[in-house]
Design a protein around this ligand. Sequence first.
Ligand SMILES: O=P(O)(O)OC[C@H]1O[C@](O)(CO)[C@@H](O)[C@@H]1O
Length: 241
Amino acid sequence: MDIRIFESAEKLDLHAAEWFSELINQKPGAVLGLATGSTPIGIYAKLVEQHRSGKVSFAEVTTYNLDEYVGLTPDNDQSYAYYMNQHLFSHVDIPPGNVHLPDGMALDPAAECARYDALLAEHAADVQLLGLGHNGHIGFNEPDEQLSSGTHVVALKEETRQANARFFSSLDEVPKAAYTMGVGSILKAKQILLVVRGSDKAGIVKEALTGPVTTQVPASLLQLHPNVIVLLDQEAGRLLS
Ligand SMILES: O=P(O)(O)OC[C@H]1O[C@](O)(CO)[C@@H](O)[C@@H]1O
């Protein structure tokens, strides 16, 4: 694993955005696996700046997002479709048909998972961007005795709902289930860019990167991938020696 620690959030965001721009400039038709949550917001903001200054075009890029809440429409401001438009897609030149997320409003969840998996099977992601949950989840793959390889609906752990309640007006409004790409699909990406910030995640960073590989810490499975870059701020990396 290539672990890079940054002295400020600003430097981390800039590094990640430049890394993405370089990838896209080398391969204009790059396939990007994207993530939501608070962690990538600064990276997307820098990518938008780079696009506006002519340094990168998304005209041929295709994207697949990791996850989406069950029951939220794309115009609900808590849905991940809304988040992606707000932070990236509506500010760059990506064709709307090139962006993909699970459909939180699908009537048949099993068919929706199969539809998303069929799309993912068409193109391996050149990079999968990941944040890290406090319990080690990646996407919404929660700690469990077994993990699913493909896209599935997951019942969100109470701790995850509580962590994400900060984006909603109350805990009751946080959906109880979400679609998520499976760990098998995540690990199929050619490269993985794991980004973590904040002192509160230092413990899980250490566990995920240096502890045993276990389904109880889904991010620990990244140790099995040959090409992982980890970007940390100093706080998140403080327990790594
Ligand atoms: O970046 P945050 O908001 O800490 O979230 C970490 C992870 O949790 C999720 O938001 C899901 O809870 C992921 O999408 C994200 O990568």
